[in-house]
Design a protein around this ligand. Structure first.
Ligand SMILES: N[C@@H](CCC(=O)N[C@@H](CS)C(=O)NCC(=O)O)C(=O)O
Length: 265
């Protein structure tokens, strides 16, 4: 959703948003607040989209899904690939000059996305869904080692790959946005909150405040999803009211931009 927005693709790529809560039949399209029905196939369940693409399909039914209206099939259900497609494959349809995968940084971006996936993006899930103490502790240890590392990197440069926002930052953003409200409590990732890391917290606010981004974020939807869907972790399905987070508060990242630009110049 972020790449679709920032690349100016909202007129060429439609959007449906599933209900926050997964029930026994999986993701469902609904008219709950923050949701958008499937106006293309008029499906009720997301699984219907998968079986439209492949009638024998019995695998996992996950979001996101990129559906092609002309060939009437799923192009991809892998967020990393969809991000790259939106960033690089939409040519004249996309906003000119917006590129989160510039040629000179491509190797660094790919390495960074690889580096953050296992300990951070997937690390919170490895922690939250762990069923042994050892697996949980291993995941949490790796997660916070990685956060400590990027906290240090972000003390020297404004974004993960240097001075400009790249795809790697948007991959990091989606996990950081949810962290204090969901992963800290629900997934027991509770050595520190993101607000306790000065650089990560200011970096998160910086990304959130980029024009167009906050319109794609719905923390109520996010919280309802996790706390109401994973009944093995939260049997009462109660959604906590807090924490109080102000992503619109001032951030302090501008000075780094100038420092790096000054050094380079
Ligand atoms: N590889 C996929 C994973 C997608 C994924 O696991 N999505 C979750 C939501 S964040 C989902 O749909 N889970 C439903 C389920 O596991 O039943 C991606 O990152 O795009």
């Amino acid at each position: 959703m972020i790449l679709r927005q920032l690349k100016g693709l909202t007129d060429v790529i439609g959007l449906s948003v599933v209900d926050a809560v997964i029930d026994q039949d999986g993701w469902v399209f609904s008219e709950e607040e923050g949701c958008i029905l499937d106006t293309v196939n008029r499906s009720h369940y997301l699984r219907d989209i998968y079986t439209k693409a492949e009638p024998q399909y019995t695998g996992k039914v996950t979001v996101p899904v990129l559906w092609d209206q002309q060939t009437r099939t799923i192009v991809s259900n892998e967020s990393r690939d969809i991000i790259r497609m939106f960033d690089t494959e939409f040519g004249d349809f996309a906003k000119p000059g917006v590129n989160f995968y510039p040629p000179e940084l491509q190797d660094t971006i790919d390495e960074t996305i690889d580096a953050i996936y296992s300990p951070i993006n997937n690390g919170v899930y490895r922690s939250g869904f762990a069923t042994t103490q050892a697996a949980y502790e291993e995941a949490v240890t790796e997660l916070f080692q990685a956060l400590d590392h990027w906290e240090e990197v972000l003390s020297q440069q404004r974004y993960l790959c240097g001075n400009q926002i790249t795809e790697a930052d948007w991959c990091m953003f989606t996990t950081l946005l949810r962290f204090d409200a969901v992963y800290y409590g629900h997934f027991k990732c509770n050595l520190r909150r993101i607000v306790d890391y000065p650089n990560l917290w200011n970096y998160l606010k910086d990304l959130y405040q980029q024009p167009g981004v906050k319109e794609t974020c719905n923390l109520d939807h996010i919280k309802r999803h996790y706390y109401k869907s994973h009944t093995n972790i939260n049997p009462t399905r109660i959604v906590p009211k807090g924490p109080l987070l102000d992503f619109d508060a001032r951030h302090d990242r501008d000075h780094l931009q100038n420092l790096v630009a000054g050094a380079a110049g």
